[in-house]
Ligand binder design. Sequence first.
Ligand code: RP5
Length: 164
Amino acid sequence: MSTARVGVIMGSTSDWDTMQHCADTLQAMGIEFETRVVSAHRTPDLLFEYAGQAAGRGLQVIIAGAGGAAHLPGMCAAKTALPVLGVPVQSKALNGMDSLLSIVQMPAGIPTGTLAIGRAGAVNSALLAASIIALQDPEVRTRLEAYRAAQTERVLAQPDPSEP
Ligand code: RP5
């Protein structure tokens, strides 16, 4: 049985450049996760199987990255009651606006948390997953607070950007 608590899925291997920032951040949070390519259009049966079995396998959050006609997060959310966080991948044709609008405009009834386009969204999806898991896990809450405190310290340590 897998120990993963977060499932990180993406529509294509080409999304990995973006989604690796999610994986790196989950790693830094000490949260067990798995990564899979699951395409809403190329492997729809796999998507149904993955989302349908996710809660029973112990996953607590699913993060789905996709670009272009980005159905993956919404279709995944349609098949599970777990929180699904969508990361719009920056597409070549429309710079990720297509991905963003595809993910964010879910009709009422099937919510999909939508993050920023690209790296910022990938990092924040992991931090948001950590916040959700931290509700029940004090160790993750401590690591999340430490991450944010270190970030604050880095900013305060360099108040003048013109100085090296
Ligand atoms: C989407 O199509 C994927 O999420 C990816 O962002 C995009 C392009 O996929 P590839 O043609 O690079 O495989 O399904």
